[in-house]
Design a protein around this ligand. Structure first.
Ligand code: OOG
Ligand code: MG
Length: 260
């Protein structure tokens, strides 16, 4: 695919997001869309947002848990980009009309204390992180029925990124063992899902290590201060008006949002 084609597809997806209308998946018209083209489309889409004044503030890993890979019927981790406009406040309100068919999911996030410009080893990954916290991601695929059938479709669509919220409390990564933390997800105060943090890439720090490898392959550095979502531990849940969602992660804290 040439640059004009990848830019045109980025515009198509960007318009779908801005107009909050679902569109056909890319592979319907471009069945041979490659993962490489898909990451180019994603990058053009982010450039469009930056051109409107948004700032890149982080990255997300997706499909890092078995539950998510089964839910989406896709089998390999992917990454997307987060901007400041996607960040919601902990205990804040989410307006449903800001999206098409949003879903919410339970995550853990890292904050980078150092620039990452080379693939990380495990000890380097711990050194690179200044903090860790409970987080929720709101996904909103731009594709009809929140359905896509290939990794390139979802990668082109910035991995369904829409909004995210971090817990107000950020914990030093050196103060907590992330290997087996209970993550309890609540809707309207009722427990709806429970999982352990090792559902995420066997260990959430592995998501950061994978991101360092995948992003650098695309020529993307991870700057100091970046927020890194490690991927959901369990399946995403449809957002419904009037509901509240909260996630409590053992030793990390709680994050919550209400839907209007
Ligand atoms: C793709 C994004 C997956 C995660 O945490 O696994 C993701 C999707 O489910 O539409 O964000
Ligand atoms: Mg996610």
């Amino acid at each position: 695919m040439n640059q004009n084609q990848t830019m045109a597809i980025a515009e198509y997806l960007d318009n779908a997001m801005l107009e909050r209308k679902e569109v056909d998946r890319i592979t319907l018209t471009h069945p041979n869309l490659s993962l490489e083209d898909a990451y180019h489309i994603q990058a053009h889409g982010i450039q469009r947002r930056v051109g409107r004044g948004e700032k890149v503030i982080g990255f997300k890993m997706g499909l890092t848990s078995r539950a998510k890979r089964e839910q989406m019927n896709l089998n390999s981790p992917i990454f997307g980009v987060l901007t400041n406009q996607m960040e919601l406040q902990d205990k804040g309100l989410f307006q449903l009309e800001k999206s098409i068919h949003p879903k919410i999911e339970a995550e853990i996030a890292f904050i980078l204390g150092k620039d990452v410009t080379a693939p990380l080893t495990e000890s380097q990954a711990y050194e690179a992180c200044s903090g860790v916290c409970a987080a929720m991601e709101i996904l909103d695929s731009r594709f009809v029925g929140f359905k896509y059938f290939s990794l390139p479709d979802v990668v082109a669509d910035n991995c369904s990124s829409s909004y995210f919220v971090l817990s107000g409390e950020i914990i030093s990564i050196h103060k907590v063992d992330l290997s087996h933390l209970l993550m309890s997800f609540y809707k309207d105060g009722q427990s709806i899902q429970q999982a352990y943090s090792n559902e995420i890439s066997q260990h959430p720090i592995q998501s950061l290590i994978q991101l360092s490898e995948m992003a650098l392959k695309q020529g993307i550095n991870l700057p100091r201060g970046s927020v890194i979502l490690a991927g959901a531990a369990t399946q995403a849940i449809a957002l419904t008006s009037g509901s509240s969602f909260s996630l409590d992660v053992e030793s990390l804290g709680t994050v919550s949002i209400s839907v209007k």
